[in-house]
Design a protein around this ligand. Structure first.
Ligand code: HEC
Ligand code: HEC
Length: 377
């Protein structure tokens, strides 16, 4: 709450919609919901099991997410740090408000697997430990609106900045940033051209333009899908190459992903994805919409090589000719974007109660339950 009213150095004020101003009750309710596995069809999956607090509110071990009953999701879980500021949500930018975004994961068969909006509302309305909480926070019972508002309220508290970079750049402390990271910053806004998409503003930086661009990652994946074998994930981190003809015969189509085109059906929008903000990027590996790059040096190498060439590649992506030292400088700069308050936000997450089937849990063991829930995925 304090962080929302007084955002850390380097961030602007947290946007709050008129109908969903932040209050303690709303945040507490949203937090309870976010960690509650009963929001999934078979009581196994909470939001936090993909957006894992101590893994940068993403899943560090999975390139692409795994949902209810081990079903695979085609994209990488984005971090929720600073999602409060996003004007477009999801890698293809198809949603705009945190209040509405929740129906994506709740109703997806391969994420939380709930059959319908009404089913979700009825289920929560029937849980003893939620009695009175929506009324207290919103003056009305759980509904499509109040559920979205509560979850959005908790997520709006996950603001994180006051990094070494912020203390150097906005705080004007010359000793806050290593000289290598300072050189990296010069490259980022200069010759490497990163800041034309990952924007910095006067007084704050979100490191995104909230636009979608083609850097070639999606193109590369589409081409790989057209080949005769495909990597299939058997378990978290376990992949096998499978002949795609066999996959077709058993009825599972390879999952195509063409980015913004899926929303607009404009062929020029093929393989465009949202520019992610880069705060806390050292904590949120693996990278890109499909998790295809494992570490920050890999990302810098990707840009240095000019992305993946295709007829719709953004003209700002081209070979950079960086030296090995310059690449290290850029990586050091990216690593300097870790906020000083991530520890506080993670321990706050561990204090949240976890809903378990039929269990009327005690306050004293909620910590363990949270840990358990956050680790099972
Ligand atoms: C099975 C794993 C999984 C679960 C469970 C899950 N998410 Fe996600 N989340 C994802 C993935 C993957 C994406 C990106 C999907 C896409 O772009 O199509 C995403 C995207 C998002 C985004 C958009 C972030 C951005 O920067 O664009 C938000 C916000 C979000 N999830 C919140 C939630 C909330 C709230 C819940 C619980 C109601 C939840 N998620 C449950 C995996 C999950
Ligand atoms: C044309 C706009 C553009 C430029 C220029 C650009 N980026 Fe990006 N960046 C993107 C987009 C779009 C993505 C997401 C691509 C995807 O998901 O497939 C991205 C992803 C990333 C990621 C991964 C973040 C994550 O959470 O997955 C990092 C790190 C990154 N860029 C750093 C850089 C650096 C460093 C430079 C300069 C060398 C740079 N970018 C230049 C648009 C750009």
């Amino acid at each position: 709450m304090a962080m929302v009213n007084n955002p850390p150095l380097g961030l602007p004020e947290v946007p709050q919609p008129e109908h969903n101003r932040l209050t303690r009750d709303r945040i507490a309710l949203g937090r309870k919901l976010f960690y509650d596995r009963r929001l999934s069809l078979n009581d196994t999956f909470s939001c936090a099991m993909c957006h894992i607090p101590e893994q940068g509110f993403t899943s560090n071990e999975l390139a692409t997410a795994v949902g209810i009953e081990g079903r695979s999701v085609r994209r990488n879980t984005p971090t929720l740090y600073n999602a409060a500021y996003s004007k477009r949500l999801f890698h293809d930018g198809r949603e705009f408000m945190l209040e509405q975004q929740i129906w994506g994961p709740l109703l997806a068969k391969n994420e939380m697997g709930m059959p319908s909006v009404g089913f979700v509302i009825n289920k929560i309305a029937g849980l003893d430990d939620y009695q009175g909480l929506f009324e207290k926070a919103y003056g009305e019972p759980v509904s499509m609106l109040t559920l979205g508002r509560a979850l959005a309220s908790y997520q709006r508290t996950l603001v994180s900045a006051d990094s070494a970079f912020d203390r150097w750049y906005y705080g004007k402390d010359p000793s806050a940033l290593s000289s290598s990271a300072q050189k990296g910053y010069q490259l980022f806004v200069g010759r490497a051209g990163c800041s034309s998409c990952h924007l910095l503003n006067q007084g704050y930086a979100l490191f995104t333009d909230d636009q979608l661009h083609n850097t070639g990652i999606g193109y590369r994946e589409s081409m790989a899908k057209n080949s005769t074998s495909e990597k299939v994930q058997l378990a978290p981190g376990v992949f096998v190459d499978v002949d795609t003809d066999i996959i077709r015969r058993v009825g599972k189509q390879p999952m195509a992903d063409v980015g913004l085109y899926e929303i607009t059906e404009d062929p020029n929008d093929r393989w465009k994805y949202k520019t992610p903000g880069l705060r806390n990027v050292a904590l949120t590996a693996p990278y890109m919409h499909n998790g295809s790059i494992g570490d920050l040096m890999g990302v810098v190498d990707f840009y240095d090589g000019g992305g993946v060439s295709n007829e719709l590649l953004d003209p700002r992506i081209h070979p950079l000719g960086l030296t090995a030292e310059e690449k290290r400088n850029l990586v050091d700069f990216l690593k300097s974007l870790t906020g000083s308050n991530v520890g506080v936000l993670v321990s706050d997450a561990f204090a949240a109660p976890i809903g378990d089937t039929g269990a009327s849990y005690q306050n004293d063991d909620t910590d363990n339950r949270t840990r358990e829930a956050a680790h099972v995925h």
